[in-house]
Structures are given as C-alpha cells and as structure tokens.
Design a protein around this ligand. Structure first.
Ligand code: FES
Length: 153
C-alpha cells in the first residue's frame, strides 16, 4: 500500500517516519512511537479516549490521518508534565479523584486542557458541553468537571 514520509513534533521532539497512508495518528503514536498513553476505545470517533492536541487543538487521534500532519506539533499525555511537575490539570484529577478505571483519563485530560485553552470554562454546564465528546464509563463526570473548573480558575 502507498506510504508517505512525515515529519512532526511530538511532545517537543521532532520525529520523521514513513507510514502507510491509512495510518491514524493514534496508531502512529502507539505503534510507531511507543506512546501508549493515548487510548483506543472505539477507534471510530465516538469515545474521546484518543484525544490529543494538534497545534493546540483537540482532535480524535483515531480519526486523524498521520501523513496529513506534516509540520504540526502534537501533544499527548506523556508530554504534559514538565521538569518532573505534573500539569495543573493532571494534579487536579488526582486532587478531585476524577477517575476510577483510568482508561479515559488521558483523553479527558487533553480535552480538558483544550477546553481551558479555548476558554470554554465559564460554568460547569459549559465545561460539560465542551467535554461531551469524552465518555467515562465509570461515570466520574462530576469530578472531571470539577477538576477542569478548578484548574481553569
Ligand atoms: Fe478515538 Fe474513541 S478511540 S474517539
């Protein structure tokens, strides 16, 4: 099958890879780069477990073709902590106890970071609306919204 070369920055590190044109960003991250923090829930854009940031915007990595990402900057859960310090939203998830099984958590956190950066945090209702693409089967929504709210300040 046709493949392409793509160079992108992942968590601050420049990476160049040749991948099958059909490879999703999620598979590129997990299988080529060994970054398994982004989870594959539905692989169809319905659950949000694979949410990452591309140039600061939230995307479902399972629906994003890797070879279209030339020159972009991708941020995954592995890249959020800096100099050994958790990102404030990571810390807030711990403080608020905003997870149970944890499978959706990387996607929830990246989505929350995007939500805060986009300014959709004026009320719990607004946060709920803008985080509605991220499903939590354990039902931790109240605490997830609280974590995003407290981080947004
Ligand atoms: Fe991408 Fe579910 S795995 S949205």
């Amino acid at each position: 099958p046709p493949s392409s070369r793509v160079s992108l920055t992942v968590n601050g590190t420049r990476r160049t890879v040749t991948a099958d044109n059909r490879t999703s960003l999620l598979d590129l991250l997990r299988e080529h780069f060994g970054l398994t923090g982004s989870k594959k829930g539905c692989n169809a854009g319905a659950c949000g477990a694979c949410t990452v940031l591309v140039d600061g915007h939230r995307v479902n990595a399972c629906l994003t073709l890797a070879v279209r990402l030339e020159g972009t900057e991708v941020t995954t859960i592995e890249g959020l902590a800096t100099r050994g310090e958790l990102h404030p939203l990571q810390q807030a998830f711990i403080d608020e106890d905003a997870f149970q099984c944890g499978y959706c958590t990387p996607g929830q956190i990246l989505s929350g970071v995007g939500c805060i950066q986009e300014g959709h945090t004026d009320s719990p209702e607004e946060i709920r609306e803008w985080m509605s693409g991220n499903i939590c089967r354990c039902g931790c929504y109240v605490k997830i919204v609280r974590a995003v709210e407290s981080t947004a300040g």
